[in-house]
Design a protein around this ligand. Structure first.
Ligand code: ATP
Ligand code: MG
Length: 159
């Protein structure tokens, strides 16, 4: 992955604007929760597309009128990109295979919602290139939290 310094607060605002445009058809409440000034070292194109897949998934897989929060946090050691929704959730039995290519949960909603099932496979690949990993917490009919954890070597704290 190309090692650019990605200004995260600015990328987060850009992702939020894109999310608001995509959300027009869904009418969810979107929240932006940034409490880190930390920047990322990596490929801005690749990471932006990975983040954007997680955000559009949260929007797509949440019934109308949901709430989706996009966050950027750090604890001085690691940094976290988080997307939380209160949508359809994921049965734990699907989690091990969820990031495989073309894997889609065969729910009514997945069948009705356009997509190829490649998104999370690409996310996983991009994260691997950045020594980052994905943590998924989900409860069926309650919602999901997708958390991307970046190690210290990928962070840049502005003066
Ligand atoms: P694509 O991203 O290629 O357009 P997709 O969104 O169906 O298609 P992935 O992003 O790889 O594919 O997601 C795989 C599957 O995981 C989805 O089809 C859906 O069943 C499930 N999924 C992903 N994100 C969520 C979420 N936030 N809530 C519930 N289910 C989800
Ligand atoms: Mg997707």
């Amino acid at each position: 992955a190309k090692n650019q310094i990605i200004e995260m607060p600015s990328l987060m605002n850009q992702l939020f604007d894109d999310a608001q445009a995509y959300n027009i058809d869904y009418g969810h409440t979107l929240n932006l929760d940034i409490d880190s000034h930390c920047d990322l070292i990596g490929s801005d194109m690749e990471l932006a597309s990975a983040f954007s897949n997680l955000i559009t998934n949260a929007i797509k897989y949440t019934p109308k009128g949901g709430t989706i929060t996009i966050g950027w946090h750090d604890d001085g050691e690691s940094a976290y990109f988080v997307v939380q929704d209160n949508g359809i959730g994921i049965d734990p039995k699907h989690l091990p295979r969820l990031t495989e290519r073309f894997y889609r949960i065969d729910s009514d909603r997945s069948r009705r919602t356009g997509g190829t099932g490649l998104g999370l496979a690409i996310v996983k690949h991009v994260l691997m290139q950045h020594q980052a990993h994905l943590e998924i917490e989900s409860k069926e009919n309650q919602g999901s939290t997708f958390k991307v954890v970046f190690p210290k070597e990928r962070l840049s704290f502005p003066e």
